[in-house]
Ligand binder design. Structure first.
Ligand SMILES: [Zn+2]
Length: 126
């Protein structure tokens, strides 16, 4: 789903986007003419391969998502939100969900079995 940037008003707007097995839910909050803040959560489930034993498993996803959408180049600095610059006047939420999915898949994911084992072995040592 795409949302036209200029149609995001100054009233907070709640959105929910479903894509495959994931759902992005949150609030769009315009800061100024060129910047819209998004605070939400990605939920759902993903089929993943365990980084340890290689078995496929389904992982429940519950990730907080904080984004800022900048119409053009963002000149500020932000360490609490990822800034997404766009240029065609539209925010593409499908590609945001896709890239979150990719980053989850690219990380370390452990099936329930391996995760429980890890808790015992690695407790207190990071
Ligand atoms: Zn495993």
């Amino acid at each position: 789903m795409q949302i036209e940037f200029k149609k995001v008003g100054f009233n907070k707007k709640e959105i929910t986007i479903e894509r495959n097995s994931l759902q992005l839910h949150g609030v769009l909050d315009r800061q100024d003419k060129e910047l819209v803040k998004f605070t939400g959560e990605l939920t759902g489930s993903l089929e993943l391969e365990c980084s340890r034993c290689g078995l496929d498993f389904t992982k429940k996803i519950k990730e907080p998502i904080r984004l800022k959408f900048s119409d053009g180049i963002y000149r500020g600095f932000d360490d609490e939100a990822d800034v997404i610059e766009f240029y065609e006047g539209k925010i593409d939420f499908d590609s945001i969900i896709d890239s979150e999915e990719e980053s989850i898949k690219a990380g370390y994911n452990y099936c329930n079995h391996c995760e429980q084992q890890d808790e015992g072995e690695n407790y207190g040592s990071t």
